[in-house]
Structure formats: C-alpha cells, structure tokens
Design a protein around this ligand. Structure first.
Ligand SMILES: [Zn+2]
Length: 216
C-alpha cells in the first residue's frame, strides 16, 4: 500500500504515520531522514545533497523527488510505504506523479488529517513539558493535578523552545500557502480520505485502519 499523509503541522499526521508503518509493516519515509541517510552513507545523492547544503542553496524539487524515488525502490518498500512530509508542494507532486507513473506505480491513498487552524494553535499554545522528567501535558486537554507542577516528579512545567507559537504560526501560513493545495490536487485523482482530527488519537486511528483495511 502506497500512502501519502496530508495535514498541517501539529495535526498528528506524523504520529499516525509512525503507527501505520508499525502495524502495516511498511517504512515511514520522511525527506529529512532520507537526506541524513544518504549523507551518512556517502551515496551519490548524499554528495549532491551535501553540496546544496554547503552552498546554502534551496534544494530543487527535482532533487528532492529523486531522493524519494530512490528510497521507495529499496527492498523494504516492496509492500508499500507511507510518505510523511512529501510532497510538500504542487510542483513536487507533479514531478513525483510523473516519475512513479513512468515506473508503472501509483499512490493508493492520501490520508488527510483535518483540523482547523484555531484548534491547531490552541493545541500548540497549551503544550507544557516537565523540565525535570520530560512528561508531556496540556493546560486544557491534559492538565496536571496542580497547575505548573508535574504529577510524576513534582518538577516545573515549562513551554518547550520548539513550541514557540510564532514559529508555529509561520509554519501554518506556509502550509496553507504551499502544501494545502495538494488536497484538491489529490482529490481530483480520487485519492483523498479525510480523517477528523478533532476526534483524538484513538478514534482517528480506528478511522485510518478502517480505510486502509478496505483498500487491501
Ligand atoms: Zn516530571
């Protein structure tokens, strides 16, 4: 089963992709991982990737696509794969579609984790983590018993640096501009299945397995 995950940052698509990979025994492929692997293994693609990075140049869509195509033709993708964070733009999707069509392959489903921006922002703003033991909380959805104090160890609950709300909002704007147009793009191909992200992790997972099992 060849799966594409769609959804905004913070929508939970990465978590669901990891679980799909585990349960359906197919690799979870993210472009960041492929970059690192190729560079680490000193492949031809890795050398090219390193050059772009050294020069500080934007990596061309064709090259990102080459990396992904190379990755999905590894033996462990014989039964399929789940792509997470690729394609990121319409041009990438077009190049990718052409390449897999040439290889006689296709995407089976594009799973869209649907969540409104306001909810994504609220989720992000409320996230807290224990400075001492790393336990995760949310001021509204998963509060600690005593405000600001970890239930597990009594440590102080803080906002992670990565959870900077302005950075997150910028990522969301970029997603809406560049990546969200992939939804109508794949809808035209009849590939999009929508998951209501508001339902929470487990109900979403049940929907996903229902969809994937029906495609087998
Ligand atoms: Zn703690």
């Amino acid at each position: 089963m060849n799966i594409i995950m769609l959804g905004a940052p913070g929508s939970g698509k990465g978590t669901q992709a990891t679980r799909i990979a585990d349960v359906y025994n197919i690799p979870h492929i993210s472009t960041g991982d492929i970059f690192r692997e190729n560079i680490k293994n000193g492949t031809e693609l890795g050398k090219r990737a390193q050059e772009y990075m050294d020069k500080g140049e934007l990596v061309p869509d064709e090259f990102v696509c080459d990396l992904v195509i190379d990755r999905i033709h590894h033996d462990d993708c014989a039964n399929g794969y789940v792509l997470d964070g690729f394609p990121r733009t319409i041009p990438q999707a077009e190049i990718f579609d052409k390449a897999i069509a040439n290889a006689g392959e296709k995407i089976d489903v594009a799973l869209l984790m649907e969540l409104e921006d306001e909810i994504l922002i609220e989720r992000m703003e409320g996230r807290r983590v224990c400075a001492k033991c790393g336990a995760g909380y949310h001021v509204k959805n998963m509060p600690s018993k005593v405000e600001g104090i970890c239930d597990e160890c009594g440590g102080e609950l803080i906002i992670r640096k990565d959870d900077n709300i302005e950075t997150f909002k910028n990522r969301l704007v970029e997603y809406n501009e560049k990546t969200a147009p992939l939804v109508p793009y794949y809808e035209k191909q009849g590939l999009v299945k929508k998951i209501d992200g508001k339902k929470g992790l487990e109900p979403c997972w049940a929907d996903i397995t229902g969809i994937l099992d029906s495609l087998k």
